[in-house]
Design a protein around this ligand. Structure first.
Ligand code: ZN
Ligand code: ZN
Length: 389
């Protein structure tokens, strides 16, 4: 693997230029038309076969090495967020209200650079690399849409790999966790039906607002009293809509929220108990409530062997052990690619406090330390080569 660092550094200016171009032209989930067009053109120019329009804007390119071997899938996400950029930089977003506030511009630039670097090594390469550029990570839908459109048709990946640049960790560090690393993210909508009436005559009505208040408190019992304290789960109610005036009891209230879990059994248990508790608690106060699920991504689970490989690669590249991060209650639909093959999803530090690059992801002043980009290219390229060796 000698020469990978030099090769990553040699194209660093191009990686940065790609990132800045994507940063200036952010596109929201499933609208990554310009971005995916540039991605496809770049990959075609490398001489790789490219498929486009998978899951609307997803792109897949395949690098077949000169020698037979295993198949590894490498994934980047391309979407931006509906955030108005507040950082005054030369590459500031040109679309008001849209911003690459999570670093996916960097992910796309990094994976393109990895494709370039590995394509140059094709003669020495044993095996196949499938490059996945997915839309709509932020709304947890892009991976599923690409898989539905047959993104992996004709392939049986033996391993999956991906990275997220991170403003939580300084440049030059890696954070990774074997096993469950990021939570399953499910959301739900609850309708609470009562009987409208005069606020002064509650006994003639059935008050869905009072029932909703019981639900908000009561649902926490499922975490506090029905979930193993050594396991982790979060139930959040994030929206309540109902009512119009101070003297009217409304007919209907709608609530929204999210469930975060790590273990599949905890996830399915809490899903069924949430539905049961919602309807039975409402019924006990004479109302009717129903819960509608939107299941999205399962938990991100890193294969222990793949994680150990990645750790060794990081030590080789950076000269220090990666940080083992705590389980993250946020989710990522990298989980669906990891469900295709054992793999590893890791964080590459991109924080530079002295330069003011220390804001959390999704913050209007978020930014990436661009010195992290060639490091990410090196780590990802080395991770892929290490697996195919
Ligand atoms: Zn994000
Ligand atoms: Zn992200």
């Amino acid at each position: 693997m000698e020469g990978i660092r030099e090769a990553a550094q040699a194209i660093a200016a191009e990686t940065v230029a790609l990132r800045r171009d994507f940063h200036q032209h952010p596109e929201l989930a499933f609208q990554e038309v310009r971005t995916s067009g540039i991605v496809a053109d770049y990959l075609r120019a490398l001489g790789l076969p490219v498929r486009t329009g998978l899951g609307q804007t997803g792109v897949v390119a395949v690098l077949a090495g000169a020698k037979p071997g295993r198949t590894v899938l490498a994934r980047a996400d391309m979407d931006a967020l509906p955030v108005h950029e507040e950082r005054d930089v030369p590459y500031r977003s040109l679309s008001d209200g849209k911003m690459h506030a999570c670093g996916h511009d960097g992910h796309t630039a990094v994976l393109l650079s990895v494709a370039k670097l590995l394509t140059a090594q094709r003669q020495a390469l044993a095996g196949t690399v499938v490059f996945i550029f997915q839309p709509a990570e932020e709304i947890v839908g892009g991976a599923e849409a690409m898989l539905k459109d047959g993104a992996l048709e004709g392939f049986k990946p033996d391993a999956a790999i991906g990275l997220h640049l991170s403003s939580d960790h300084p440049t030059g560090t890696v954070a990774v966790r074997p096993g469950p690393a990021m939570a399953a993210t499910d959301s739900y909508r609850i309708t609470v039906a009562g009987k409208g009436g005069h606020a002064a005559l509650p006994h003639q009505a059935i008050d869905p607002i009072a029932i909703s208040a019981q639900l908000v408190v009561g649902l926490q019992q499922l975490v506090a009293r029905e979930t193993d304290p050594a396991d982790q789960a979060v139930i959040s109610i994030t929206a309540i809509h109902g009512g119009t005036a101070y003297n009217i009891i409304p007919e209907l209230v709608e609530l929204k929220g999210t469930l975060r879990t790590f273990k599949p059994e905890t996830r399915s248990y809490l899903q069924s108990r949430l539905s049961e508790t919602v309807s039975s608690l409402a019924a006990s106060f004479r109302g009717q409530a129903e819960l509608f699920w939107r299941s999205s991504s399962p938990a991100v689970v890193n294969d222990p062997a793949m994680t150990a490989r990645l750790r060794a690669v990081a030590v080789g590249a950076l000269g220090q052990e990666p940080i083992e991060h705590a389980p993250i209650m946020g989710g990522d639909d990298m989980a669906l690619w990891l469900a295709q093959a054992p793999g590893c999803y890791f964080f590459v530090g991109a924080r530079h406090e002295a330069a003011g690059i220390d804001k959390p992801h999704h913050h209007p002043q978020f930014d990436l330390d661009e010195a992290s980009l060639p490091i990410a290219v090196e780590l990802l390229a080395r991770g892929i080569l290490d697996y195919l060796r």
